[in-house]
Ligand binder design. Structure first.
Ligand SMILES: NC(=O)c1ccc[n+]([C@@H]2O[C@H](COP(=O)([O-])OP(=O)(O)OC[C@H]3O[C@@H](n4cnc5c(N)ncnc54)[C@H](O)[C@@H]3O)[C@@H](O)[C@H]2O)c1
Ligand SMILES: [Zn+2]
Ligand SMILES: [Zn+2]
Length: 368
């Protein structure tokens, strides 16, 4: 079928609107008419890292929409269902069977290689191959091919423009707090980077009753959003102030019990480590740096734990409904983090996200 997609044609290049030919759904595929797709920082990072032979490509991994067709072998998803599209997993390898679908042995193949697991591609522009299948969706497009393992069916009454970021950023931030850290109210959590992932972590922590949360971010508007959740805020660029880690240690009464990095900046990751109290946990969530240098003496003397996480240890098929239920109960308030843009203004959405003037841009197709 013909559809419209936003292509990246060169590493780090802009999103370009194009008409493409998308395959009909195979037996295991679900054709989704996209309603709204969130833009995640990873959609900007990955195309900049791709070799030219994997371009042009269509990314987008926070898609939502309405199911138009399902393949004969698909179970659990029906035509007309409203779905949130998250990441893929094989559901049969050892990590998948143990419930750790973020660490699926097929993860790279299913989410990042630009093609189906059998090596075929799903899109063409004229004679040219267009790489897609990003997170089993490539949802910066009018239509997407998804799978039963990454389609989360949601209540039709819910606003898909608010649910799109649950597919990745909100699930990652909240999942890190709720699934990985499992904090008690007495804990003190420091969050480095108050973007979509960091603010979702803060919202989940506050919703879970964590008393002390500290947000570190150079952008004043983002610190203000964190403060509205009841977090204390630190401006890392404040002139004449004590080192960031000292300020965080002070605000957390001697050090954070956990620190979450969402900046992927090596200098910030070590600040996060140093701001922990003994036996505290550092969780590095950012994508972008090739290496981090940690403070080895502090690590040893204080018995600190260094962790990382894909998608906040979530299984989207269970975590996303749980987070939607928390949102309904008022314990995960994230709707105001979303700013919608018509798809044709994708360039403005990217610029605004890079400048930090919006937290979570969500691109929306006109209805009808
Ligand atoms: N682990 C995962 O599964 C997963 C999932 C989604 C996103 N990510 C990654 O998480 C990261 C965050 O994503 P996002 O969409 O929230 O990005 P974002 O750009 O909105 O957030 C990053 C924040 O870091 C802040 N920052 C910059 N310099 C800083 C400093 N010196 N100290 C403190 N904060 C600083 C920025 O102002 C910004 O608010 C990205 O690297 C993204 O690729 C990882
Ligand atoms: Zn993402
Ligand atoms: Zn697997």
């Amino acid at each position: 079928m013909r559809t419209t997609a936003y292509l990246v044609e060169e590493p780090g290049g802009a999103f370009v609107e194009a008409e493409v030919e998308l395959d009909e759904p195979r037996a295991d595929e679900v054709l989704v008419r996209i309603v709204a797709t969130g833009l995640c920082h990873t959609d900007l990072t990955v195309p900049a890292m791709l070799p030219p032979e994997m371009l042009p490509t269509v990314v987008g991994h926070e898609g939502t929409g309405v199911v138009e067709r399902v393949g004969t072998a698909v179970a659990g998803v029906e035509v007309g269902d409203h779905v949130v599209l998250s990441f893929r997993s094989c559901r049969s390898c050892e990590p998948c069977r143990a419930g750790h679908v973020g660490y699926c042995e097929q993860s790279l193949l299913l989410n990042y290689m630009g093609m189906r697991a059998d090596g075929s591609t799903t899109m063409r522009r004229g004679e040219q191959t267009v790489f897609g299948s990003f997170f089993g969706q490539s949802s910066l497009a009018r239509h997407a091919l998804a799978y039963a393992d990454n389609c989360v069916v949601v209540d039709k009454a819910l606003d898909l423009t608010r649910l799109a970021p649950f597919a990745c950023a909100f699930q990652t931030g909240a999942g890190t707090v709720l699934n990985l850290l499992g904090p008690s109210p007495a804990d003190a959590i420091a969050v480095y980077g108050a973007g979509a992932v960091g603010l979702a972590a803060i919202a989940a922590a506050r919703g879970a009753g964590v008393e002390t949360v500290v947000a570190v971010d150079p952008v004043a508007a983002r610190r203000r959003i964190a403060e509205d959740y009841g977090a204390r805020a630190v401006d890392p660029g404040e002139e004449g102030a004590a080192p960031v880690e000292d300020r965080v240690r002070e605000l957390t009464g001697g050090g954070a019990t956990s620190a979450i990095d969402t900046t992927a900046l090596p200098a910030v990751v070590v600040q996060a480590q140093r701001s922990l109290r003994p036996r505290g946990t550092l969780v590095a969530l950012g994508l972008g740096a090739a290496e981090y240098t940690l403070d080895a003496i502090d690590l040893l003397q204080s018995g600190k734990i260094v962790r990382s996480s894909i998608e906040g240890e979530a299984d989207p098929l269970t975590t996303i409904p749980e987070l939607i239920a928390l949102r309904e109960a008022g314990r995960f308030e994230v709707d105001h983090l979303v700013t919608t843009y018509p798809f044709e203004r994708i360039g403005d959405a990217v610029a605004d996200a890079r400048e930090g003037t919006v937290v979570k841009p969500v691109l929306v197709w006109p209805s009808g």
